[in-house]
Ligand binder design. Structure first.
Ligand SMILES: [Zn+2]
Length: 470
């Protein structure tokens, strides 16, 4: 009897094994996980399957996976965002940007300005099924006022004119129909046009990104938008004579001589920016910052404070530069030489102010996002985000807070914090595997061993091969 039973069970065994589900997914084992919400978790295994993290557990109890990557001695952070990019600003870059971003661990980007007919095909390509590209969120054009700064004459054409509130409403409705993820309000809009834009975007549930319009004070415009770029025009509201500066701007913005938008804007910046910083008044500024408490600031310090730590002075600059298109490479070398030979005191002064103000904002609880404005001002796509993280630490954010600015904060802007930004089961599978601890030294985010993008792991060599100039 016993023998018969044993035999029966033995015969059954292969059948049972066949019914066991085969392990699927990829596991990064025995690794240290770091994210801005969960902090540091050691000896963990993270499993992802398709475009989702399916398990995060102690390595001793980890489920089996089809593929295993040994993470011993390594660190995993969530995929990084560059929260301020321009994919269509320079045609030389458009095709090469996605691979460059990924090679630097950037798995999501927010495009903050490009004409819609140029943006749509780029977005479609990046979102196509088998594309190896970061997730992309886009605004379409800069929504400017009567005088357009980026009108295609002295600067690339990425802005559009909005003279009346009705025109602004129609423009935003049209953009929403074309699928934009948010809108970008630019500097030359009138208060009435600004109000119409805010109202329309709210009706359509579109997040709002903005420069502070020159016609308005930061403390007035700020609370109505979800993010502000470059700390733009906030210095004017932090001056002891902020009200007077505002009056002067309103007069000049009447622009009876019809000066082109770019020129008009530059003249106002030159007239007020450094004098306003010179007239900094802590009490005034605290009132401004109090009004910005829930408006994310994307200070783009690697742009605004470029002169404090120029990227071309870094040891890894030449290697990174070898991955940008040859034509651009030569132009950028020439600009770098020029900047090295002719430092401009005003840029240094503004840079110091920008770093100071970012630190002050952070200490007052204002959310900070990490963006670069790549490819503007020698910003190598991807590479420059790591510079931004270093600047944020220089401004007073801890390395973990700097990581928050490039992970959790961007997700919050799009109300995607349940899907992205941390390493938790159910989140999208975007991860960066690092060879060194970014909390010890933020520059360690550059020491990339591999990247998981939309659930696919690429090791460093594969990423570099993709990003290499053909
Ligand atoms: Zn920009």
């Amino acid at each position: 009897m016993k023998t018969t039973l044993r035999l029966f069970l033995l015969l059954l065994l292969p059948l049972v094994a066949a019914c066991q589900p085969r392990p699927t997914g990829t596991a990064i084992t025995n690794v240290t996980l770091i994210d801005a919400v969960n902090g540091v978790r050691r000896h963990q295994t993270v499993v992802f399957d398709g475009d989702q993290i399916t398990a995060v557990t102690s390595s001793d109890t980890a489920p089996a996976a089809q593929r295993t990557i040994d993470g011993s001695g390594k660190f995993v952070i969530p995929g990084l965002w560059d929260f301020h990019v321009h994919l269509t600003f320079d045609d030389n870059f458009t095709d090469t940007m996605p691979a460059l971003f990924l090679s630097y661990g950037i798995t999501s980007v927010r495009d903050t300005g490009g004409l819609i007919h140029k943006m749509l095909p780029v977005v479609e390509k990046m979102r196509s099924k088998d594309a190896v590209a970061p997730r992309v969120f886009f605004s379409g054009p800069l929504l400017d006022g009567d005088f357009v700064v980026y009108d295609g004459t002295s600067r690339p054409e990425i802005g559009i004119r909005n003279t009346t509130p009705d025109e602004a409403r129609a423009a935003i409705q049209e953009l929403a129909a074309q699928g934009v993820d948010f809108i970008k309000i630019y500097e030359m809009v009138s208060p009435a046009v600004f109000d119409a834009m805010v109202e329309t975007a709210n009706e359509l549930s579109l997040p709002i990104d903005s420069h502070v319009p020159l016609s308005m004070r930061a403390r007035v415009a700020g609370p109505f938008v979800d993010s502000i770029e470059h700390l733009r025009n906030i210095e004017m509201d932090c001056a002891s004579n902020a009200a007077e500066l505002h009056e002067t701007r309103l007069e000049r913005l009447e622009n009876p001589d019809g000066i082109p938008g770019a020129e008009l804007r530059s003249s106002l910046h030159s007239l007020q920016r450094l004098p306003a910083i010179g007239a900094y008044d802590e009490e005034q500024c605290d009132q401004t910052l109090a009004a910005l408490r829930s408006t994310m600031q994307v200070p783009t310090l690697r742009l605004g404070a470029f002169s404090l730590a120029p990227s071309f002075q870094r040891d890894d600059w030449e290697t990174a530069l070898s991955r940008v298109p040859p034509k651009v490479r030569e132009e950028w070398r020439a600009s770098a030489n020029d900047m090295a030979e002719n430092p401009v005191q005003e840029y240094i002064d503004f840079g110091k102010w920008a770093v100071f103000l970012t630190g002050r904002m952070h200490s007052q609880g204002i959310p900070v996002g990490a963006g670069t404005d790549t490819p503007i001002l020698l910003a190598i796509p991807g590479y420059s985000l790591h510079s931004e993280l270093e600047y944020l630490v220089r401004a007073g954010l801890s390395p973990l807070e700097a990581l928050r600015s490039a992970t959790v904060r961007p997700a919050e802007f799009f109300a995607l914090q349940d899907e992205m930004g941390t390493i938790d089961p159910g989140k999208k599978a975007d991860l960066v595997l690092l060879d060194a601890n970014p909390l010890q030294e933020i520059a360690n985010t550059r020491k990339i061993s591999g990247v998981v993008t939309k659930g696919v792991f690429y090791d460093r060599d594969a990423l570099l091969a993709r990003a290499d100039m053909k």
